[in-house]
Ligand binder design. Structure first.
Ligand SMILES: [Zn+2]
Length: 299
């Protein structure tokens, strides 16, 4: 029964309980307390009794059964995690494994940083489910939509405001926004001038606007990007309009954050409302361009 509930359903049910208990203006979620209180009430035979920092190396979070066979569980997060936002997301991710996966995985989980990023991965379905639970619990869509409506543009200042409201990392807030926005936008995360990964909103992806990284040689960020142009700079850069051919085969507006602390850069690319080639294959587009251009050249 309960074990068959999916991640969104779990997150939604808990969100309803929290709203009943604390009212609609109840953020951020105290996920450490919730994990302990809820598990002790609902699963008293196998409660989460400890949530604490640990000296992990190579992974960020863990869900572990107590070795004495008591049925108790513990959640650990790496003591090297320096932001409260990443700690919260990690605890919520492990709480997700507890609710969704502990029966199938009685030895628990050890989760690496890269496990926290993919929300719809087919080949890492279990990790993606834990992330979708964490996102749904910490940033419920009905509340996020009141902060940034689906048809509204967002910039890093607005998304940073949401990251503060929900006490999550900026990256997690942007990924959440990308799941429902009707705008065409792409998040690019880079380190030292090279793209680590990128993620498109659905309207962007469907129109062919995405940046492929997996399985390809390391790709540099374009020289015109504010992230490439200002080594040593830290903070949110000015909005920058970049012409077609810089990032994509269309112009973009880039809003960037260069973070010294994590040695990472975040670029939010906002595209025009509709793609120049939305829904049309490249060949057809070329034909159209040819047809439109021909009369001018035939003089
Ligand atoms: Zn995990």
């Amino acid at each position: 029964m309960n074990q068959d509930k999916g991640p969104e359903r779990w997150a939604n049910d808990l969100s309803i309980l929290l709203t009943q208990a604390y009212g609609p203006n109840r953020f951020p979620v105290d996920v450490s307390k919730l994990a302990r209180d809820y598990s002790q009430q609902v699963f008293p035979e196998e409660p989460i009794t400890r949530v604490r920092p640990r000296g992990f190396e190579g992974f960020e979070g863990a869900l572990t059964p107590k070795p004495d066979g008591s049925g108790e569980w513990g959640i650990g997060y790496a003591d090297s995690l320096r932001s409260k936002g990443r700690v919260n997301f990690t605890i919520a991710h492990e709480f997700g494994h507890y609710l969704l996966h502990r029966k199938k995985y009685p030895n628990g989980f050890q989760c690496r940083p890269e496990d926290m990023v993919w929300w719809d991965s087919e080949y890492n379905r279990v990790e993606a489910e834990a992330n979708r639970f964490a996102a749904g619990l910490l940033m419920p869509l009905n509340d996020f939509r009141t902060q940034i409506p689906a048809n509204e543009k967002a910039d890093l200042d607005m998304l940073g405001g949401c990251a503060e409201r929900y006490e999550v990392s900026l990256t997690a807030a942007i990924l959440r926004w990308l799941t429902y926005t009707q705008k065409r936008a792409i998040l690019v995360v880079s380190r030292e001038g090279f793209i680590l990964w990128a993620r498109s909103s659905e309207p962007a992806f469907k129109s062919g606007a995405f940046i492929k990284v997996a399985g390809l040689p390391p790709r540099e960020i374009p020289a015109a990007s504010p992230v490439a142009g200002s080594p040593g700079a830290v903070g949110i850069a000015e909005l920058k309009e970049l012409s077609r051919g810089t990032w994509l085969d269309e112009p973009v507006v880039e809003h960037s954050l260069i973070s010294e602390r994590y040695d990472l850069s975040i670029s939010l690319l906002t595209l025009q409302a509709s793609a120049p080639a939305a829904g049309i294959g490249d060949e057809v587009t070329d034909d159209l361009v040819d047809i439109l251009a021909r009369p001018m050249f035939s003089r």
